[in-house]
Design a protein around this ligand. Structure first.
Ligand SMILES: *[C@@H]1O[C@H](CO)[C@@H](O)[C@H](O)[C@H]1NC(C)=O
Ligand SMILES: *[C@@H]1O[C@H](CO)[C@@H](O)[C@H](O)[C@H]1NC(C)=O
Ligand SMILES: *[C@@H]1O[C@H](CO)[C@@H](O)[C@H](O)[C@H]1NC(C)=O
Ligand SMILES: *[C@@H]1O[C@H](CO)[C@@H](O)[C@H](O)[C@H]1NC(C)=O
Ligand SMILES: *[C@@H]1O[C@H](CO)[C@@H](O)[C@H](O)[C@H]1NC(C)=O
Ligand SMILES: *[C@@H]1O[C@H](CO)[C@@H](O)[C@H](O)[C@H]1NC(C)=O
Length: 493
């Protein structure tokens, strides 16, 4: 009897101390904090770190699909009709990305690199042969030159005469390869991605994230500059955010900033929804309408409107300051998120979120990108230009030329690595729950022992008035199992 009550006593003490310690650890979040500090320390851009190699040579394959807008009614349009386009594509390229000449600077707090891309055409994922398929679209080099000369009537008139004599029109028909990789126009050499194969877009310096995890991968300078010079306000000119690496422990309420040299500006994205990619939980971030809103709709965008009489509406960004003055306008494909009037002005536009949205799916714990789609459209702004007789019938119109659909999904080897890391984080963070569970099991054992002891006592004394008490105690084992189940439920969530 004595030995027995001693055992019950010991079980009670162990169970209560486990419960107290476990609940204390849960309340103070010691293990979670410890794990988070570990992540902050390990996810840095330093030689030998967890993420460095995959930052330097991202393993998942990136596919770039190009879609063109073939203009089918050029003559009618020049006579005043609404422009009509049909979408042609995809022409798909596999992108190979790596960072060249990576070197640590400023005592390893920053890292410098050249981001290099090369493109290999994939015939089996494309609709046709890019060296044969021809597209009718705006004669971009001619419009670039015309825009340059628009302030000088005499130069414009002379240019106009010369362009007429060589038969250079407002529209042109070229093969896909010519449009993308470049051709020699009588006026100048032009290609939407000319000289982009195997080259980099200048030196980037990034924060390694060693000093502050929130700075992980953030761009410090581009081509030696910490500010751009294309736009008219400091806010518009600031180089904000990262280009492809995001800090761990991401929050849903965060705005993530991305600097894209293609757009010559920084943009931001906001949380849209929770998603799951190959079993990895992720937050979907996407640029809201306000990013490309007109200055009336979002006064913060005033700096992107280089001259007041040339401001465009919502959904468009005139990137001529960084395209040598060519009247290039960026937007989302099919004018997704743009003012309805731009969609209505072109026959053949049908914006859809599913196909034309840009998004990033990021695992919030590790900051790893598990899926991404970057979609952007190149348009040309055409209008009447004094001195060029052929343009006199035109009203200001944004003609879509091409859009790009760049997509990446995390590769299986990286999935395995991320899942292993997430498992460790989960197990360690939830370690206190395991202690509480053990405490719960001990509590159940303790109660069973107690009930048995009482029963032995009552049968020997032939006393039945204890029944309600043991009835009440019956609830407790259930309580114990309930607590015992919690960690499992939590670990699965
Ligand atoms: C583009 O349209 C023209 C007719 O306007 C047609 O001849 C040509 O084949 C089209 N290009 C493609 C790639 O479909
Ligand atoms: C250009 O705009 C004017 C006035 O808004 C309109 O009367 C004219 O029909 C338009 N011309 C074309 C070719 O769309
Ligand atoms: C990397 O450095 C080498 C030699 O210093 C240089 O020749 C090369 O152009 C650099 N690469 C890039 C992309 O700048
Ligand atoms: C680099 O570290 C050394 C020694 O810790 C220090 O003397 C030096 O000022 C640091 N340089 C920079 C650029 O931070
Ligand atoms: C880009 O360059 C690589 C070799 O550096 C070549 O294999 C590939 O075909 C080129 N891509 C295009 C589209 O010219
Ligand atoms: C863009 O690429 C993704 C992935 O390959 C594909 O699912 C999607 O349909 C493409 N979008 C368009 C507009 O074709």
């Amino acid at each position: 009897m004595g030995r027995r009550s001693c055992a019950i006593c010991a079980v009670g003490i162990i169970c209560s101390s486990l419960l107290i310690v476990g609940i204390g650890l849960i309340v103070t979040q010691v293990f979670r904090t410890m794990m988070h500090n570990r992540l902050k320390k390990e996810i840095v851009l330093v030689e030998g770190s967890r993420v460095f190699e995959s930052w330097r040579r991202p393993p998942p394959p990136v596919y770039m699909e190009l879609f063109f807008f073939n203009m089918t009614n050029v003559d009618a349009f020049l006579a005043g009709a609404k422009p009509q386009v049909t979408q042609v594509g995809p022409y798909t390229y596999r992108q190979y990305r790596y960072r060249a000449n990576v070197s640590m600077v400023e005592n390893g707090t920053k890292v410098s690199a050249y981001n290099t891309k090369s493109f290999v055409f994939l015939r089996e994922r494309s609709v046709g042969d890019p060296s044969e398929d021809s597209i009718t679209t705006v004669n971009i080099p001619a419009w670039a030159v015309m825009n340059k000369l628009k302030d000088s009537f005499w130069k414009a008139s002379m240019m106009s005469v010369w362009m007429n004599s060589i038969g250079s029109g407002l529209f042109t028909t070229r093969t896909v390869n010519e449009l993308v990789w470049g051709y020699e126009d009588p006026v100048l050499i032009f290609g939407l991605m000319a000289k982009k194969n195997g080259t980099s877009n200048g030196e980037f310096v990034y924060h390694t994230g060693q000093q502050n995890y929130l700075d992980f991968g953030r761009v410090v300078t581009w081509k030696g500059q910490s500010q751009l010079t294309f736009w008219t306000s400091n806010q518009s000119n600031s180089i904000n955010g990262s280009d492809s690496a995001f800090h761990p422990l991401l929050d849903k309420n965060e705005r993530i900033y991305i600097f894209t040299p293609d757009l010559c500006r920084s943009i931001y994205m906001e949380f849209e929804k929770d998603v799951d990619v190959k079993g990895i939980p992720a937050y979907r971030f996407t640029p809201p309408r306000s990013v490309l809103a007109s200055k009336e709709e979002n006064p913060a965008n005033e700096g992107f409107c280089v001259s007041p009489q040339e401001c465009l509406g919502t959904g468009l960004l005139k990137v001529s300051p960084c395209r040598k003055g060519a009247p290039v306008v960026a937007s989302f494909p099919h004018f997704y998120l743009a003012d309805e009037k731009y969609v209505a002005a072109i026959e053949g536009m049908s914006p859809e979120r599913e196909h034309h949205q840009t998004f990033l799916d990021i695992n919030p714990t590790t900051g790893v990108i598990v899926r991404a789609n970057k979609r952007a459209q190149v348009n040309i702004l055409i209008n009447r230009i004094s001195g060029f007789v052929k343009t006199r019938t035109l009203n200001e119109t944004i003609i879509p030329v091409m859009f790009i659909n760049e997509s990446v999904v995390i590769d299986d080897a990286s999935v395995a690595r991320v899942q292993k890391l997430l498992l460790i984080v989960n197990v360690v963070s939830n370690f206190p729950l395991i202690i509480v569970a053990l405490g719960g099991i001990m509590l159940a054992v303790f109660i069973i022992l107690l009930v048995r002891a009482r029963k032995q006592k009552t049968t020997s004394e032939d006393e039945t008035s204890y029944t309600p008490v043991s009835g009440k105690e019956k609830e407790d084992p259930q309580n114990g199992t309930y607590i015992g189940l919690t960690p499992k439920v939590d670990a699965q969530a």
